[in-house]
Design a protein around this ligand. Structure first.
Ligand code: PEP
Length: 252
């Protein structure tokens, strides 16, 4: 059975002081929940503070992005090894990176390779835009993003994928549990084509896009949905804790 994983993407929110408070508020309640892996992804500048606040806690820390180069003249960028000192996970290919900062599949692929080489666990985000969905192109877009994102990458147990339909992110309109389950099933089949069935069956694939305490239970009831990548609701400790609690195997 795959251990469910709930990751909170704090995006460009929280000062360092606020990040410490949020991490401290999450620590006790999350440590008391068994059977779910939890990760919080604060802004870069708060990684050390949050890692410190969560020391010896079960809650893991992740970054929201990184550069693929090891070092050099890349003003404002953060290298994989810098993150590996501070955290375990890194979100790559988030739709805000793809669509606001124009990251394409080839760039995301380089980042996935670099993260794995640095010993980080990449959470590769894929998802279709509204116009692509309306045009009936979801399968084609997801197929392209998964194949391109993983091109040339060897099977690695550290990998996690998040299916995040762009139209569901920050809109309050989540995908239906059935649609989320169906597309995640597609992602798993694509991964099986690349790495075989055994690997695909062990891989955790999360759903992201307006996950809340009110919809997580029905999303998790889908066999294919192994957890969530949570944006807005991860900024409120009580909401995030509720999402994690409802994701535990015993809650299902
Ligand atoms: C996200 O940032 O990955 C996300 C899913 O955001 P939200 O939960 O706010 O839709």
């Amino acid at each position: 059975m795959r251990t469910p994983l709930i990751a909170g993407n704090w995006k460009m929110n929280t000062t360092t002081t606020e990040a410490r408070v949020l991490a401290s508020d999450l620590r006790g309640p999350l440590d008391s929940i068994e059977g779910v892996e939890t990760v919080v992804c604060p802004p870069f500048v708060s990684l050390a503070t949050v890692a410190d606040a969560l020391r010896r806690s079960s809650v893991k820390v992740g970054a929201q992005n990184m550069h693929y180069e090891a070092k050099g003249a890349f003003t404002g960028e953060i290298a994989p090894a810098m993150l590996a000192d501070l955290c375990e996970y890194v979100i790559l290919g988030h739709s805000e990176r793809r669509h606001i900062f124009l990251e394409d599949d080839a760039l995301v692929n380089k980042k996935v390779a670099a993260a794995l080489s640095a010993g980080l666990k990449p959470i590769l985000a894929v998802g279709e835009r509204l116009e692509e969905r309306n045009a009936g192109d979801t399968e084609q877009v997801i197929t392209r993003q998964v194949r391109a994102g993983l091109a040339g990458i060897a099977a690695d147990e550290a990998l996690i994928i998040a299916y995040e339909p762009v139209w569901a992110i920050g809109t309050g309109i989540a995908a239906s549990p059935e649609a989320a389950g169906e597309t995640i099933g597609l992602v798993r089949r694509l991964v099986a084509e690349l790495y075989g069935d055994e690997f695909a069956q062990a891989l955790r694939i999360l759903y992201g896009g307006s996950v809340t305490p009110d919809n997580i239970a029905e999303l998790r009831a889908q066999r294919e949905v192994d957890g969530g990548l949570v944006g807005g609701a991860s900024l409120k400790a009580t909401d995030f804790v509720s999402i994690v609690r409802q994701s535990a195997p015993a809650a299902g």
